[in-house]
Design a protein around this ligand. Structure first.
Ligand SMILES: [Zn+2]
Length: 329
């Protein structure tokens, strides 16, 4: 028995120091969209802060263990009361973080949705912290390696998208379109946006740098296999616009402070006497894990492994330190 224990101890990886990450927190911004939350005026941070001057600006970086960082990310990215969905979010957030480390640089990620929204200790919530602790170190893997391209979004609206239909670069085996009806409880499963022809024409003219007015027609010229708009055609002249550019153009607030949001590229265009209506489904780019879908699956009794396998087909989960040992790193 003692001999067996001795060999077992030799085989176990030596526990490493907790991995630290560096997060730029000088310019955290409130989240866009319906989940809009302001950061507290005086946020609290775990770990330590490093302050330095760069290009005449004061920058602040929060340096802390990866797992503590995730406790400040998960509740900002998915705030709900479903443990299994939250565990899936924790694993995906950890996988994303480990894939985006920048050794030798002053910081790894920003605290905004350019990487993952991070609210520090002030943002922590009990269930999210439990999900992070209970999945400590676990990541999504593909063919025994870290799945470096995991992505997620709020609501797919009926089907997720193939990665290569939305983002540049090669297809990724585990980022393929899957039908998903689990996100029907999302407030943005269906939505409608109306735009006056004149105002929309002005926006398009500014964005394209070409004459568009009067905007007399707007039709979908091409869709991808998941039903998302790839190309729109304007007027009779044959001017074209990418669906995702249209989404970016109409995401935000106009000069009068009115909110106008084309939540996704999964939409139909209706033309009326004074303008256009976009009738759509879902929120976000549509690639990878649908967060409202993960929530729906969790509510229907699925565990985090089933949820991750559904959105990232052909993947598994493992502790990232075991991957490092397996690679001999
Ligand atoms: Zn969905």
């Amino acid at each position: 028995m003692r001999l067996i224990l001795f060999w077992l101890l030799l085989l176990l990886p030596v526990s490493a120091e907790p991995l630290e990450v560096r997060v730029l927190v000088s310019h955290p911004v409130p989240r866009e969209g319906p989940a809009h939350e302001e950061l507290p005026a005086d946020p609290k941070w775990r770990g330590r802060l490093e302050v330095f001057r760069e290009n005449g600006k004061v920058q602040v970086v929060n340096i802390l263990p990866l797992e503590d960082y995730l406790c400040g990310v998960v509740p900002r990215e998915l705030s709900c009361n479903e443990l299994e969905a939250t565990k899936a979010q924790a694993i995906v957030a950890r996988t994303y973080a480990l894939s985006h480390l920048r050794p030798g640089k002053r910081w790894d990620f920003s605290a905004t949705d350019r990487s993952q929204v991070y609210g520090g200790q002030s943002a922590e919530q009990e269930l999210a912290t439990r999900a992070v602790r209970e999945t400590e170190g676990m990541v999504v893997t593909h063919q025994g390696k870290l799945a470096e391209h995991v992505l997620y979004h709020s609501t797919c609206g009926g089907a997720t998208a193939d990665k290569e239909q939305v983002f540049a670069g090669l297809p990724v085996d585990y980022l393929k379109s899957v039908p998903c009806t689990y996100c029907q409880a999302s407030p943005l499963y269906r939505w409608r946006l109306e735009a006056a022809a004149d105002a929309l024409g002005q926006e398009l003219e500014r964005s394209l740098g070409k004459p568009v007015q009067p905007l007399t027609g707007l039709v979908v010229a091409e869709r991808d296999s998941s039903g998302r708009v790839r190309r729109l055609r304007l007027n009779e002249a044959g001017l074209e616009l990418r669906g995702d550019d249209m989404r970016r153009l109409l995401f935000g607030t106009n000069a009068e402070g009115q909110r106008k949001t084309l939540y996704s590229t999964r939409f139909e265009v209706e033309q009326g006497p004074s303008g256009f209506a976009f009738v759509g489904q879902g929120w976000g780019h549509g690639v990878g894990m649908c967060q409202w879908g993960a929530l729906g699956q969790s509510r229907s009794g699925k565990d985090y492994r089933e949820i991750l396998n559904f959105y990232f087909a052909g993947t598994a989960t493992a502790h990232y330190q075991e991957l490092r040992v397996a690679r001999g790193g």
